[in-house]
Design a protein around this ligand. Structure first.
Ligand code: FRU
Length: 472
């Protein structure tokens, strides 16, 4: 029997380890999503590029592993993260980090496909073999077209303790000239705790109109490893990026290594890695529970990114995802009272909820027959924040607990979109803030929704809930 926590509408192979989305590109009429994949086990080791593709962002096809380490080669230690573009001749060119156990850095190289990513020919040797002077970490190329030339960012750490995205330029996608630092910042506190860290993995760049843009990075600490994803909105002037300051890209605990895809219609789409929150000591550490179930990690749903007039980067689920909704929705509207939760009805384990919550109102997704196991979303009466709490979301004591806050300051009701899929919750406010959290319910009954209220007040709510399934 499949593990009950394996997602149904988030595509991934049925077994083994998955981390970062890689090589996101629209090519040959398909969205291609490659990803860090260990085809041999559920542990973070021996990285290959797995491959999924879709015409509509709804129906996904799993294709053969696209890139594997070459025995005795520069990437013998793993084909690590990178991205892909369609070259002027129509070929698909993937750029990646070549890991070798004898090197502290992961140089950049590339592989080329003429058959839509089914088979790749690797470049003979490395494209960028040395890390630039002054760096102490260097990996994860991100290539984009800028007019008639190509540009590349690579994630880095500088010897002075700053996280950095360094840059290169090319006209032919083969010869790359170093262009210095694009953006480097010292560890800077983030709203809600944590900071932007000393090392930036998977640096990405989304240019927006009028010279504005956003650099996305994954905050990495040499001691604690992967921590969280950060957006640096700002603007580019004379080849350098100036930022207005950092923004937490996702307010949940389980979102990392976001990667961008420029869609043919001009939208910026973004996928990220949502790691496990089972019994591992830290991200990427071996876990007895993960070994038992034989799979780890998933890619979030695709999200659309926009830059608001005030410079805030906003995200919402890709509009195509409405096509996963099946049947007619459950709708409920009313007022809950303290100590008197209102049962709204049942939902499937993959579902899409639109939830309106006044301050003090809440929603519980109850996943056991006796009501003891539930994921809860409550609107903090004092601050307005939406508190997503998984401390009771699994009766299995191995699962990680805790809660996180999604900022929502307004006095009036907050409109939430909540996408659930077996063990992952992706929550969005109408203002474009997001929170991703893994949870591991063990109840074997259908899930039920309840409206709740804090204190002694009456709390208005409105909920619309669709079940989700991949269309035939
Ligand atoms: C981010 C990351 C990248 C690296 C890859 C290895 O999660 O550590 O920096 O290229 O994963 O799997």
């Amino acid at each position: 029997m499949a593990d009950p926590h394996l997602p149904a509408v988030h595509p991934r192979p049925p077994h083994h380890w998955v981390n970062d989305p890689n090589g996101l590109v629209h090519h040959d009429g398909h969205y291609h999503v490659f990803f860090q994949y260990n085809p041999g086990s559920a542990r973070h080791a021996d990285m290959h590029w797995g491959h999924l593709r879709s015409r509509d962002l709804l129906r996904w096809e799993e294709l053969p592993v696209a890139l594997a380490p070459s025995p005795g080669g520069d990437d013998v230690g793993g084909v690590w993260s990178g991205n892909a573009v369609e070259a002027d001749g129509g070929e698909l060119v993937a750029f990646y980090s070549a890991r070798h156990p004898d090197r502290w850095h992961q140089p950049v190289t590339r592989a080329l496909s003429r058959d839509g990513g089914m088979t790749f020919t690797k470049h003979n040797g490395l494209l960028i073999s040395e890390a630039p002077p002054g760096t102490t970490m260097f990996r994860d190329p991100y290539v984009w077209r800028d007019g008639d030339r190509w540009r590349m960012l690579v994630g880095a750490s500088l010897a002075d303790g700053r996280g950095a995205a360094v840059q290169y330029r090319s006209t032919d996608l083969v010869d790359w000239a170093y262009g210095g630092v694009f953006l480097a910042e010292p560890p800077t506190p983030l709203p809600g705790g944590g900071n932007t860290e000393e090392g930036w993995e998977c640096a990405q760049y989304a240019p927006f109109p009028d010279g504005r843009g956003a650099v996305l990075v994954s905050a990495w600490d040499p001691k604690d490893g992967a921590l969280c994803a950060v957006a640096w909105p700002g603007r580019e002037t004379d080849g350098r990026f100036t930022t207005d300051g950092p923004q937490r890209l996702d307010h949940g605990p389980d979102f990392y290594a976001p990667a961008l895809l420029p869609a043919p219609d001009g939208r910026w789409l973004m996928w990220a890695w949502s790691w496990e929150a089972r019994d591992e000591a830290h991200v990427g550490a071996p876990s007895a529970w993960t070994d038992e179930v034989g799979w780890a990690g998933l890619l979030t749903h695709p999200r659309e990114l926009t830059l608001a007039a005030d410079g805030t980067l906003q995200q919402r689920p890709a509009r195509e995802l409405d096509g996963l909704r099946v049947g007619s929705p459950l709708t409920a509207e009313g007022t809950a009272g303290a100590g008197r939760p209102v049962e709204l009805g049942g939902v499937g384990r993959a579902c899409d909820l639109t939830v309106r919550l006044a301050r003090g109102a809440g929603l519980q997704v109850v996943t056991s027959a006796d009501g003891a196991e539930y994921l809860s979303l409550t609107r903090d009466r004092a601050t307005g924040d939406v508190v997503v709490d998984r401390s009771r979301a699994s009766l299995d004591p191995r699962a990680k607990g805790g809660s996180r806050r999604l900022p929502a300051e307004q006095d009036g009701p907050v409109e939430l979109r909540v996408l659930l899929d077996h063990s992952v919750a992706e929550v969005f406010t109408a203002e474009g803030q997001a929170l991703t959290m893994r949870f591991y319910p063990v109840g074997d009954r259908p899930w039920r929704l309840f409206a709740t209220a804090d204190g002694c007040d009456r709390a208005p709510y409105a909920v619309t809930a669709w079940d989700l399934a991949t269309p035939a």
